[in-house]
Structures are given as C-alpha cells and as structure tokens.
Design a protein around this ligand. Structure first.
Ligand code: FES
Ligand SMILES: [Fe+2]
Length: 375
C-alpha cells in the first residue's frame, strides 16, 4: 500500500521552485539538487531557460560545470553539446551521434522572480496564480527561505487547520469552509463572523467590519497561495506564496514570496511596498506563534474531528495527485497491524515514520477512504 500524503518516496507532478531568475544570467549553466535529482539549468543566448538531467550520458560529468554555447550546454569533459530537448547535437571528435546520447529534459517557467521546473518535458498547466492578479503586472518581494524537519504536506496543513487559528493564533472568528477543486489545484476558503464577546473582538469588528475570510489555494501539493484580508473594510487583500520542495536530508525547503498588483507612480510604489510589508508582518506574526511544532511532529490522521474536515479534504486531495518520474521506483512501505508504517529512504530514523491508518471506522471528519486506497 502506498499513499502520496507525507510519503518521501513519492514526488507528485507539479511545479518545483529551483532558484531566482537572477542566479542564471544569459549564457550560464548551473546544477541544482531538486527533489532528489541533479538538474542542470541553463539560459541560452536567446534568454530562454532550459533544464536537463545533469549527468552527461557519455561518462557522467555534471553539466553544471560545463558552458553554454548558443542555446546548447556543452559538457566540460569531452565537449559534447546538448540542446534544450536533451538531444546531443555535437561531438567534437566524430560526426555520427550515437543512439542514447540524450538526456531527460524538463519544462521550465519563470514567474514571481524565480525559475520553476516540472518533472516532465511538457507541463500540462502553468505555475499557479491568484485569480485577482491574473493579467496584472506584479510587485514581488521574496523573503529568506527556511527549512522544516517534516514533510511539506504536513507544513502545508497549517493554513487550513481551523482549530489552531483560535487555540494558537487567537483569531476571534468562527470560520466555515467552502472548497473547490479543479484538477491538481484546490481552493479552501474559510469565512465567518468576528466574535463579539470581549474588547479585542469588538475592536476587530470596529476596524475590519463584521466578517473575515481568507483562502488557501494549493497547486500540485507543493505550492500554497494564501489570500488574506478578504471581505474586510479598509485593507486590500494581501497575497503570498509558499513554494515547497523536499531536500536530500529529509527536510522541507520553503520559499515565502509576497506579491501585490503593481501600482504606477511614486504613490503606487509606496502603496505596493506598504502592502508587501503588511503581508510579511502578518506572515511573521503567524509563523512565530507555531513554527516550532514542525521540528519534531509525528503527524497522524487517526483522530481527526469534524472541525478538522479541511485537513481530511486536503489529505484526500494529495493522495489523488499523480506521482512523477522523480518518485522512487521502489517506494518502501511495511504493513504493521491495522496501520501501515511508511519509511523514508532519506531519513531512516524512527522520526521519519508516519502512521497511515486504513481508518475503517470513518468517524467524524476522519480520514477519507481514498487515503488508504491501493495504488
Ligand atoms: S563526460 Fe560529457 S562529454 Fe564526456
Ligand atoms: Fe499557524
């Protein structure tokens, strides 16, 4: 039995953040470890970014130490040259190109100031966007990336964990969930009335109005798009993204990115930066209150309550994603009584084991049946 949720052996299809666009200027190549793969990313003389498996099919040299020749990457060792489709186009010492002189190529996109890669040569969709910001030029600020010592599927749940908004963040709103799924993208919108029982709640109502809402859009289980300050007075909506990817050491790399619609002129510049700063402030306030949870959590979906329904939906959504070619060909899993312990190949300590229950009872919001489906 193999599930995708919280499973280090499966890399779901999706857009994974590589590096900033600035880090790969024209006619340069550099290799990166992305989701357990070594990937060479190059920018040709035409300004276009391309990505290939990094190890040369001749003798395995890392193409990241090679050079860019026109729009091809040329291997440092014997100077074979590869185009963006991974096909060898030139071998200096002979004319015929042998069969098998090819590399897997990957779709790339540049968005939000970063280079993104998809684990296949063609991507069926683009990097996710906010509906309200589509077709607008954006002002973008990237924050310092951080790491967490758990799988990114666990980190991503924080945004829809309704109980903890009150117990940890003291957000005085009674929230209701609505959700919409389209392919490998799912939108959770949580909205409700500010409570009205103490001075803090009354102050919130007086400033922001009686209602509050926010939404989390998850794309491919590796990108989160958060919209804050929906349905409130005075403050426009605030937008930020969280790009996630697993690291070689069994941790999660997280890149926070703040975005807003780009407004023109000096006043526009000031408004843009004020909103980006407010977004960062809101994020830091929330992150500071519960970031420590993720450093030694042993996540279980065994006893979810009805109030945890968004989390149950999320787990079902993740388990419906499609494994990519970057997944381990032999995912490890071992049956243990009524649950299944999934062992990570990257961090084999007991900390990396997560209990996945078949959950035959279907209690409360409990685990959806799809969670334990056979793949
Ligand atoms: S190892 Fe790359 S050309 Fe020989
Ligand atoms: Fe939180």
């Amino acid at each position: 039995m193999t599930t995708i949720f919280n499973n280090w052996d499966i890399v779901a299809r999706g857009w994974y953040l590589v590096t900033t666009s600035k880090e790969i200027p024209k006619e340069t190549v550099k290799s990166f470890d992305i989701c357990g793969q070594r990937i060479a990313v190059l920018r040709g003389e035409d300004g276009k970014v391309r990505a290939l498996d990094a190890h040369c099919p001749h003798m395995g040299t890392d193409l990241g130490i090679g050079s860019v020749d026109g729009n091809h990457v040329r291997c440092f060792f014997h100077h074979w040259a590869f185009d963006g489709d991974g096909q060898c186009q030139d071998i200096p010492c002979q004319d015929p190109i042998p069969a098998g002189a090819t590399l897997q190529s990957y779709a790339t996109e540049e968005k939000y100031g970063f280079i993104w890669i998809y684990p296949d040569s063609v991507a069926p969709t683009a990097v996710a966007e906010f509906d309200e910001l589509k077709h607008h030029e954006l002002a973008v600020v990237a924050d310092r990336p951080l790491t967490r010592k758990c799988h990114h599927h666990i980190c991503m749940i924080n945004g829809i964990d309704v109980q903890h908004l009150q117990t940890v963040h003291h957000l005085p709103v009674d929230l209701e969930l609505s959700l919409q799924q389209e392919g490998e993208q799912i939108d959770f919108t949580l909205s409700g009335e500010f409570l009205n029982t103490n001075w803090r709640e009354r102050l919130g109502r007086a400033i922001l109005g009686p209602r509050y809402a926010y939404s989390m859009r998850y794309a491919h289980g590796c990108l989160g798009l958060l919209t804050m300050m929906k349905a409130v007075r005075w403050i426009p909506q605030l937008y930020m993204l969280y790009a996630y990817r697993p690291t070689e050491s069994g941790e999660t790399f997280i890149q926070p990115i703040y975005v807003t619609k780009k407004r023109a002129g000096v006043i526009g510049w000031l408004v843009n930066h004020l909103l980006l700063w407010l977004t960062r402030l809101s994020y830091y306030a929330l992150r500071g209150e519960d970031g420590m949870i993720y450093d030694n959590i042993r996540f279980s979906t065994e006893r979810l309550l009805p109030v945890d329904a968004p989390i149950a939906h999320y787990v079902r959504y993740v388990n419906g994603l499609v494994p990519s070619r970057w997944s381990s060909p032999h995912p490890k899993s071992l049956s243990l009584g009524r649950g299944t312990l999934q062992a990570s190949s990257k961090s084999p300590s007991p900390k990396s084991l997560s209990l996945i229950s078949p959950s035959p009872r279907g209690e409360g919001a409990g685990l959806p049946p799809e969670h334990s489906r056979r793949r």
